[in-house]
Design a protein around this ligand. Structure first.
Ligand code: PMP
Length: 425
């Protein structure tokens, strides 16, 4: 039995079946540095997908912050400690002034679970609206929103899913028409929730529509939606798990990029550079309503080590000008990707270091999915790690650590060019 199949066998026996792995031949990673990864045989890979090690794999400053704090104190969160407070001040300083209170948790799923419960607490209504091609996490409540997983008991009628915006097949033609069409879909969902007796409480969206395939949408796209939600007295959650922390290059948050003023912001993945830390940020009156009603406590959320890791990430982002790097290197990589010549490329788009290539076969995106899966494997075999995205997994998602540089962008695009040429169309 080969080394990898032995690990896969143990994984299945010890951790259970049906666990996600990437690539037909999964990679056994043992070390990382910056945007590079090494497998157990010493092969090097360029990590073009991983938004968890946001400021780079094993960043020495984050490692040092974690180990110094772990060597001093780590405990549950019922003691007084400055770490979480200093971080809350720093984090909320990156947002609009009324979003200035925070709960720290361990995963994006928990953050969204809390945010949805905040929405229910504020409105007294259980109805939730999300898009039909999203993922917001895996608690019992949040899993009802996920497009690609079926919760026990099947779909619930207090969640209504609206068609997600699409670059290739827009809901309503022009950007303005699509913005209105999206808002109209939300209005219909609100009316249905009200008519069915659940009432409409909360709209949750990734402001970059990351899992939906990140269609190119102008700032102001959500204005008609906000109007509809406000008229109905609803709460808006911006899930920043993917576009947050400067990923899109010109804004620190995805909601700022699209010009959305949310009531609640959730975040996770990149926040601790791999250390499990996530958060919910909201206005004080929403926080008070939630805390008074539920008295929330999270044993690990915002413990001294988590707060130190998260603070170090903000320090490195600033010290190394990584948001500016995402803008500059992202623009450079996007330009290179646009020069790729292949009959199945239907669109190349993105912002900062969040880029994508969408494929279609004879104009049909669904039929491009098998090709995309082959391309992902071909890239892996050539030492570049990325993965697929979109309704049918018919596009490539490129989302490397924020320290990604131009030489790495060159390597990514040269490798993709060679992989595209090597694959039968
Ligand atoms: N929201 C979004 C948009 C996500 O993509 C994810 C994870 N892929 C989550 C929430 C859940 O985060 P976690 O896995 O940390 O629970």
């Amino acid at each position: 039995m080969s080394h990898n199949s032995n690990l896969l066998h143990r994984r299945e026996r010890l951790l259970g079946p049906n666990m996600t792995t990437f690539y037909s031949d999964p990679v056994h990673i043992v070390r990382g540095e910056g945007a590079w990864l090494w497998d157990a045989d010493g092969n090097r890979y360029l990590d073009c997908y991983n938004n968890v090690p946001h400021v780079g794999h094993a960043h020495p400053k984050v490692v040092e912050a974690i180990s110094a704090q772990a060597a001093t104190l780590n405990t549950h969160t019922r003691y007084l400690h400055e770490g979480i407070l200093d971080y809350a001040e720093r984090l909320t300083g990156t947002m609009e002034h009324d979003l200035d209170t925070m709960i720290m948790v361990c995963t994006g799923s928990e953050a969204n679970d809390i945010a949805l419960r905040m929405g229910r607490a504020m409105t007294g209504k259980t109805g939730i609206i999300c898009t039909d091609n999203t993922y917001h996490g895996n608690t019992d409540l949040v899993s009802h929103l996920s497009a690609k997983k079926t919760p026990i008991g099947g779909a619930v009628d207090w969640v209504k899913k609206v068609p997600s915006p699409d670059t290739l097949a827009p809901l309503g033609g022009s950007a303005e028409a699509q913005a209105q069409a999206f808002a109209d879909e939300i209005q219909t969902a609100i009316d249905t929730l009200e008519a069915e007796g659940h009432g409409f409480g909360t709209l949750i969206l990734c402001p970059f529509f990351a899992n939906e395939g990140f269609p190119d949408l102008p700032s102001g796209f959500l204005d008609p939606t906000v109007e509809v939600v406000r008229r109905a007295g609803g709460i808006i959650i911006a899930d920043e798990v993917q576009p947050g922390f400067g990923r899109t290059g010109r804004h620190f948050w995805g909601h700022q990029r699209i010009g959305l003023a949310p009531d609640i912001v959730t975040m996770g993945k990149p926040m601790g550079n791999g250390h499990p830390v996530a958060a919910v940020v909201t206005r004080p009156e929403i926080m008070a309503e939630f805390r008074n009603r539920f008295g929330y406590f999270n044993t690990f959320g915002g413990n001294p080590v988590s707060a130190a890791a998260a603070m170090a990430v903000l320090d490195v982002l600033a010290e190394e000008s990584l948001v500016e790097n995402a803008r500059d290197t992202g623009d450079y990589a996007l330009e290179l990707l646009r020069q790729l010549d292949h009959p199945m490329i239907a669109d190349v788009r993105g912002a900062g270091l969040f880029l994508g290539v969408e494929f279609a076969r004879d104009g049909d995106t669904k039929r491009a999915a098998p090709f995309c899966a082959q391309l992902v494997d071909e890239m892996r075999n050539r030492g570049v790690l990325l993965h697929s995205v979109g309704r049918y997994y018919h596009g490539i998602k490129i989302r490397p650590p924020m320290c990604f540089d131009r030489a790495q962008a060159d390597l990514l695009v040269e490798t993709m060019d060679a992989a595209l040429k090597a694959l039968p169309v």
